[in-house]
Design a protein around this ligand. Structure first.
Ligand SMILES: Cc1cc2nc3c(=O)[nH]c(=O)nc-3n(C[C@H](O)[C@H](O)[C@H](O)COP(=O)(O)OP(=O)(O)OC[C@H]3O[C@@H](n4cnc5c(N)ncnc54)[C@H](O)[C@@H]3O)c2cc1C
Length: 397
C-alpha cells in the first residue's frame, strides 16, 4: 500500500534547504537582533525619517529586514523569489503592501497595482491566488459610517460608490483571468461592509469553483458562527464558499477601541479560545469540503498539524485544490517547506512595494518576531539548530 510521508516541522534540513550557509547566518543575525526590539524599532523610526530626508539608509533596510520579509520593490523584482519557492513546490501570493495612504490617487494606484498582480498570476501554477486589503483602495472612515448606519455627505457617498467600483473591477479581473482572489480581513467596525461586497462577489463568481475568498478572523468570538452562516448562504444560493481562516491581526486595536467607546470587545477572552475556534473552523471547512474551499493562514504548528490530519483523515489528496496552507514570506519556513515536501498545497504571501512605503508592514513583522509577541524564539532556535547540523555534517566530511 502507498503510504503518505509523515509530517514534521522539526526537519530544519528541509526548512532551510534553500538557504546557503551565508544566507542562513545572515538570517540568524537578523532574528537574533529581533530579541532587542527596541533597537530595531528605533532603526525603523530612523529609517522612516532618513528616507524622508534622502539619507543613505535605504541600502541598510534593503539588505536586512526588507530582504528577509519582502520580494522587492515591484513585481519584476520578485521574480527570483517566486522561482525559488516554486522549486520547492511552494506557491507565491503577490501582496502589494503599501499601507495607510488615504487619498483617491493612492487608492487608484493601489487598485492598478493589484490588477497587475492578478494578470501576473494568470495561468501560473505557482501563483495560485491574488490578494488585497480593502483599506488600500477605499476610505475606511466612510465604510465605518456606512456600517454604523450614519448619514453620508454627498462627498462621502461619492467616495463609497468609487470604492465599490474599484472592488468590483478587481473581482471582475480575477474572474476573467481565472485567478482566485482573497480579500484580507480587517477591523470589525468596517468588516461588515467588506463582508457584504465579498458575499455578493462569491454569489456571482463562485458557481463552478471558488474564485473569491473572504477572510474569517477566529480571534472574534462571533466568527465561527459567521463562518457557518456564510456556508449556509453558499448552500442556499448554490455557490462555493471561499474561506481564508486566520486568527486576526488587530487584537490590541480592537480591544482598545471597544474599551474607549464602551462596547463589549468582539475579541475572544483568551488565546486558548481563539486557538480552539480556529481548529474548530478548520474542522468545519473540511467536514463541508463539498461546498468549501479553504486557505488556512497560520504560523501555528498545532493548527497546521490539525489541518494535515484532517486532510488525511478525510482521504483527500494532499494536493486537493480545495485546501491550501499559507504563511508569510520570511516566516515559518519550517512549516511551509515541510508541508510542501509532504505533498500539501502551500503558498506564501510575498509582500512588495517601494521600501519607504512598506515600512509599516516591516514594523509589524519585527514586532511579531520580537520577544513582544513571542513568535520568534522557535524560528530562532530552528536557525540555530540548522547551523549546528550543517557544522556537524562538514566536520564529519
Ligand atoms: C497567510 C496569512 C494571511 C493572513 N491574513 C490576515 C488577514 O487577512 N487579516 C488578519 O487580521 N490577519 C491576517 N493574518 C495574520 C494573522 O491573523 C495572525 O495575526 C498571525 O498569523 C499570527 O497568528 P498565528 O495563527 O499565525 O499564530 P499564533 O502565534 O498561534 O497566534 C497569535 C494570534 O492569536 C491571537 N491571540 C493572541 N493572544 C490572544 C489573546 N490573549 N486572546 C485572544 N486571541 C489572542 C491573535 O490573533 C494573534 O495574532 C494572516 C496571516 C497569514 C499567515
Amino acid at each position: 500500500m502507498h503510504t503518505k510521508p509523515t509530517v514534521s516541522f522539526d526537519n530544519t534540513g528541509v526548512a532551510f534547504a534553500h538557504k546557503s550557509d551565508g544566507a542562513l547566518r545572515k538570517m540568524y543575525g537578523l532574528f537574533a537582533l529581533m530579541h532587542y526590539p527596541f533597537l530595531l524599532f528605533t532603526a525603523i523610526k530612523l529609517a522612516n525619517w532618513g528616507l524622508k530626508w534622502n539619507l543613505p539608509i535605504k541600502g541598510l533596510i534593503k539588505y536586512t529586514v526588507f530582504e528577509q520579509f519582502c520580494g522587492g520593490e515591484n513585481i519584476p523584482d520578485c521574480g527570483e523569489k517566486i522561482k525559488e519557492l516554486a522549486t520547492y513546490g511552494i506557491g507565491t501570493i503577490l501582496d502589494y503592501s503599501v499601507e495607510g495612504k488615504m487619498d483617491v490617487t493612492s487608492y487608484d494606484h493601489t487598485k492598478a497595482e493589484i490588477l497587475k498582480t492578478i494578470r501576473e498570476s494568470a495561468g501560473k501554477q505557482y501563483m495560485p491566488f491574488a490578494v488585497f486589503k480593502v483599506s488600500g483602495i477605499a476610505n475606511v472612515t466612510v465604510l465605518a459610517k456606512v456600517q454604523a448606519g450614519e448619514q453620508l455627505t454627498a462627498e462621502e457617498q461619492a467616495a463609497y460608490t468609487r470604492a465599490e467600483k474599484r472592488i468590483w473591477e478587481l473581482f471582475d479581473a480575477a474572474a476573467e483571468n481565472k485567478v482566485r482572489i482573497m480579500v484580507d480581513g480587517e477591523e470589525s467596525w468596517f468588516q461588515d461592509v467588506i463582508d457584504s461586497w465579498v458575499q455578493a462577489a462569491m454569489r456571482k463568481y463562485n458557481k463552478e469553483t471558488a474564485v473569491v475568498y473572504n477572510t474569517f478572523q477566529l480571534y472574534r468570538h462571533d466568527m465561527l458562527r459567521n463562518l457557518k452562516d456564510a456556508h449556509h448562504d453558499a448552500v442556499a444560493n448554490g455557490y462555493f464558499l471561499g474561506a481564508k481562516l486566520v486568527r486576526g491581526a488587530y487584537l490590541e486595536k480592537e480591544r482598545d477601541r471597544a474599551r474607549e467607546m464602551g462596547y463589549p470587545s468582539p475579541i475572544q477572552a483568551t488565546k486558548e479560545a481563539t486557538d480552539r475556534d480556529y481548529d474548530k473552523a478548520l474542522q468545519f471547512c473540511i467536514n463541508n469540503k463539498q461546498r468549501v474551499f479553504l486557505v488556512s493562514g497560520t504560523h501555528n504548528e498545532v493548527s497546521n498539524m490539525v489541518l494535515t490530519e484532517l486532510v488525511d483523515l478525510h482521504g483527500m489528496r494532499r494536493n486537493d485544490e480545495r485546501v491550501y496552507a499559507a504563511q508569510l514570506y520570511g516566516m515559518s519556513d519550517a512549516i511551509s517547506f515541510n508541508l510542501a515536501k509532504a505533498g500539501f498545497n502551500v503558498a506564501k504571501y510575498l509582500p512588495y512595494g517601494p521600501i519607504a512605503e512598506v515600512l509599516p508592514y516591516l514594523s509589524r513583522r519585527v514586532e511579531e518576531n520580537s520577544g513582544i509577541a513571542g513568535q520568534s524564539s522557535r524560528e530562532f532556535l530552528q536557525l540555530k539548530k540548522e547551523i549546528a547540523r550543517r557544522k556537524s555534517l562538514s566536520n564529519k566530511a
